[in-house]
Design a protein around this ligand. Structure first.
Ligand SMILES: Cc1cc2nc3c(=O)[nH]c(=O)nc-3n(C[C@H](O)[C@H](O)[C@H](O)COP(=O)(O)OP(=O)(O)OC[C@H]3O[C@@H](n4cnc5c(N)ncnc54)[C@H](O)[C@@H]3O)c2cc1C
Length: 595
């Protein structure tokens, strides 16, 4: 692997397959061991208790969380000097994936080890870290994160909770209400955001046993019944000034950076959820007989299994690619430097665009999987007796928390534009290349599909799609300039195009590497999934691209744009039905995710 510091959004700038990316095929022995530990923990400690936990037995959930500490699972991201294991980001992702096969547990674990711990880990001072992190690592202290309020969700900075310095300057007095706080029923330490003097958005560490601190009743939720969610009420809660986290008025830095990590983890968490869902659906399809045969033999059912597995293959390729980038970046840092945590934050932020893409694509993939899994179960999918009914209710939240999918979609082109304007991302070079390709006049012909270990056709589809995407993005920029941020529908279409370009680039890159390592014959299902992913991605690029052009121009201008679009476009003629049959065979043979 290259030793250069990787750059976010590289997939837009470089030719597909021009760099080696990290993939699950490259997991080390240690990483596989962590996967095994997490998987065994799920089988032995979590699954046997799901029914009780789902009934709201949170004492049992706390016991399970403490049990997970005994095998090191709550110590993953905490440095060794604070009682943790301080493993690399890829290992942390792997553990998150394997622990996400049951959402109630995954959310509890994630709130404690992720959003509950990360603010302290990255923004706490030495004393705060020494005081709390070892206890968090061992689960003596359980953590939670309190940002949302009844009147501020997506608009988190509009929080109304107030924090005033006491007259003697020794304490902060907090007043306000937080809503939807995961782990609130049993957490000991909360990262609470409040406005100092009414307008300086700031984070604080608040112990749950402080006078004036109370929680509401458990929320009656659609799903995630295994996860505690409550309101927090803060009435003159007095905390020592030492509990101020980071700087006064800089709470937004904490909130936004923690959201980036949350999205990255949620992306891989949805992959874990989708793996469980596909396994449950496939097993049911193999058992259930209608018209004298297992329903898994019907093309209608097999097509669903293939579609789910295909999206998962892309999601997996995207997630571990970013994990690999992050680890490469972190290797270039000096872990002894005073500003090491800030440098780590910066390295993670570099992939904020990919994080949002993974969050959106992952949450929609697992929802798609859950919806089709219910369908495969027929009437029984609607019965609370079956796991798939819970999965269906549980997965829906992923599109709402860690920034709704609308907010994340708008962030994707927004961040690209910002980086381009700051000169951090050379999109203008790409725009020029597209202009040159158009000026050359010839409409490119796709290379033949088939027995080609260099995947020339797949690379062609990816690169032409990038040109179409960049062409459309440029038209949107030209038309709206500074006002583009106000054009939400356009931003959302652009986000869908950009996300699918990342899908294509990551999926093709991974399969190319696999062909190199395992040979052409052995990779038939992966090649089929890759072509299927490309066909679906290209449909989105074409559809959103045209939607944009129809809005951005009319008359002769529109005709000129459509002509350019046609020049960049091509007839893909991918036989998706045959490819789906190949992928479905692999899913059925493996009783679940086959790659
Ligand atoms: C089970 C559960 C657990 C949670 N856990 C936590 C937790 O531990 N800690 C915590 O702090 N929070 C938590 N949350 C809160 C969660 O993060 C918020 O629900 C989420 O951020 C959305 O905020 P909201 O519910 O206020 O929706 P709103 O912000 O009111 O959004 C409503 C709709 O409007 C859209 N919208 C909002 N703003 C815009 C805009 N500018 N442009 C276009 N569309 C817009 C949204 O996309 C959405 O579709 C949890 C929520 C749930 C349900």
């Amino acid at each position: 692997m290259s030793q250069e510091k990787p750059q976010g959004c590289a997939f837009l700038l470089q030719q597909v397959g021009s760099e080696e990316i990290f993939t699950p095929e490259k997991f080390s022995e240690d990483q596989r061991m962590f996967a095994e530990t997490a998987s065994t923990f799920m089988k032995k400690e979590v699954y046997p208790r799901v029914d009780e936990i789902e009934k709201g037995d949170f004492d049992l959930m706390v016991k399970v969380l403490r049990k997970s500490a005994e095998v090191g699972l709550t110590m993953i991201d905490i440095p060794e000097k604070y009682g943790g294991l301080g493993v690399d980001k890829t290992t942390s992702m792997i553990v998150t994936e394997y622990l996400s096969h049951y959402s109630g547990w995954a959310t509890t674990y994630g709130a404690h080890t992720g959003i509950g711990t990360m603010p302290l880990l990255f923004f706490g001072n030495q004393e705060q870290k020494e005081k709390w992190l070892p206890k968090i690592a061992s689960t003596e202290v359980i953590a939670a994160y309190a940002l949302t309020e009844p009147s501020s969700g997506s608009d988190a900075l509009a929080a109304k909770t107030r924090a005033e310095l006491s007259e003697d300057g020794e304490h902060y007095i907090l007043n306000g209400k937080k809503m939807w706080i995961t782990n609130a029923g049993f957490a000991d330490l909360f990262t609470v955001f409040a406005q100092v003097d009414g307008d300086k958005f700031t984070a604080f560490l608040v112990e749950g046993d402080r006078e004036g601190f109370s929680t509401g009743a458990e929320e009656k939720k659609m799903g995630l019944k295994g996860s505690s969610t409550r309101e927090l009420n803060l009435e003159n809660v007095k905390i020592p000034k030492e509990n101020l986290l980071g700087e006064i008025g800089k709470g937004h830095k904490i909130a936004f950076n923690i959201l980036n990590i949350g999205r990255f983890k949620l992306g891989v968490g949805t992959l874990g959820g989708a793996k469980r869902t596909l396994m449950v659906a496939t097993n049911y399809a193999l058992e259930r007989e209608q018209f004298g045969q297992p329903i898994a033999e019907f093309g209608a059912i097999r097509s669903k299994l293939a579609k789910i597995a295909t999206r998962m293959y892309s999601l997996e390729s995207m997630c571990y690619r970013v994990a690999g980038y992050m680890d490469r970046s972190l290797e270039t840092l000096d872990s002894q430097a005073d500003d090491y945590p800030a440098q780590v934050m910066e390295a993670i932020e570099e992939f904020a665009i990919e994080d949002s893409i993974m969050k959106v694509f992952g949450s929609e993939t697992v929802d798609f999987a859950a919806d089709e899994a219910v369908q495969i179960h027929g009437g029984l999918g609607y019965s609370a007796e079956y796991e798939v009914e819970r999965i269906y209710r549980d997965t829906r939240i992923n599109r709402i928390f860690e920034g709704t999918n609308e907010i994340n979609r708008m962030l994707i082109p927004g961040m690209i534009l910002k980086r381009t304007m700051k000169g951090q991302l050379n999109l203008f070079d790409q725009i020029q290349k597209v202009e040159m390709a158009l000026a050359e006049g010839e409409k490119p012909t796709p290379p033949p599909q088939g027995d080609d270990p260099t995947l020339a056709f797949e690379k062609f589809v990816t690169e032409q799609s990038k040109k179409i995407g960049i062409y459309c993005a440029n038209q949107a920029i030209q038309k709206h300039m500074a006002d583009l941020r106000e054009q939400q529908e356009i931003l959302i279409d652009l986000a869908d195009i950009i996300s699918q370009l990342y899908v294509m680039d990551s999926t093709v890159s991974r399969t190319l590497q696999m062909i190199d390592e395992q040979g052409f014959e052995a990779t038939e299902p992966q090649r089929a999934a890759t072509l299927l992913a490309l066909a679906e991605a290209f449909r989105v690029v074409e559809n959103r691209g045209k939607r944009l052009l129809y809005n951005l121009a009319d008359g002769d201008d529109l005709n000129a744009h459509l002509e350019a679009f046609e020049k960049l476009s091509f007839y893909s003629r991918i036989d998706e039905i045959s490819l789906e049959r190949t992928v479905a065979d692999a899913v059925v043979a493996r009783h679940g995710y086959p790659f």
